[in-house]
Design a protein around this ligand. Structure first.
Ligand code: PEP
Length: 259
């Protein structure tokens, strides 16, 4: 069985002190959860302090973005090796906000994914359709494009250490989540794309998260779906209590209903 993973995307929020306060209270609330990977993604400036606050905790660290070069004249960028150095195990790549506001392309997403793997950082590749694309029946084509372009050149050995986050753009920060059936349909499509490229066996090892208005009261129904292996959480991760409630809902779902 795939280990479920929930990731809190803190986005552009929190000073260093605020980040430490948030992660310390989260740490105390999830201390007993051992069967769910719990990850937080603070802003770059808080990574070092949060890494220290997480020493020996059951919470891991992610960055919200990365550049593909190791070093050099690339003002303002952060390399995968630097993220490893500060204590990150994960990095979110290709979030729709980066695609939308910063013009990030599939090709750039792919370069970042490959660079992350080179440094043994686990990429969390975000894919998802806009509302207009869903309403014109382009969801499948958009998802296939995002997945195929995002993982181009990633080997069968590396793909199990890759997380894919299905995040319909219309569900992010809107309070309107995909229904469990809608999520399952796209997650199954993503797994079948992986199966075609690699093999059914390899595809079953890849974790596919759902993201888009996940809250404590809808997390269990989404997680129950056979191909939904966790959640990428924005707004509800900005408060320790609600993120801990989602972690608990995932834990309860896996320890009771989802076997
Ligand atoms: C996100 O930004 O990845 C996200 C899923 O946000 P929210 O949970 O607020 O919809």
């Amino acid at each position: 069985m795939r280990t479920p993973i929930i990731v809190g995307n803190w986005k552009l929020n929190n000073t260093i002190n605020e980040a430490i306060t948030l992660v310390k209270s989260l740490r105390s609330l999830v201390v007993d959860i051992a069967d769910v990977e719990i990850v937080v993604a603070p802003v770059f400036t808080a990574l070092s302090a949060v890494a220290q606050a997480l020493a020996d905790a059951n919470i891991q660290l992610a960055a919200q973005d990365v550049f593909w070069e190791d070093s050099g004249a690339f003002t303002g960028e952060i390399s995968p090796g630097m993220l490893k150095d500060v204590g990150c195990n994960y990095v979110i790549i290709g979030h729709s906000e980066r695609r939308q506001y910063f013009g990030e392309t599939d090709e750039e997403v792919n370069r970042k994914v490959k660079a992350a793997h080179t440094h043994e950082l686990i990429p969390i590749i975000c894919v998802g359709e806009s509302l207009a694309e869903r309403e014109t029946d382009k969801t499948d084509a958009v998802i296939k494009d995002h997945v195929l372009n995002g993982i181009a050149g990633v080997s069968a050995d590396q793909i199990p250490s890759t997380v894919i986050a299905y995040e319909p753009v219309w569900a992010i920060g809107t309070g309107r989540n995909a229904t469990p059936d809608q999520a399952q349909e796209v997650h199954a499509l993503i797994r079948s794309v992986l199966s075609d490229i690699y093999s059914a066996d390899v595809a079953t090892q890849v974790r596919i998260q759902y993201g888009g208005s996940v809250k404590p009261d809808n997390a269990a129904a989404l997680i129950m779906q056979p191909d939904v292996d966790g959640a990428l959480v924005g707004t509800a991760s900005w408060e320790a209590e609600s993120f801990a409630q989602i972690a608990t809902a995932v834990h309860n779902t896996y320890s009771t209903d989802k076997t």
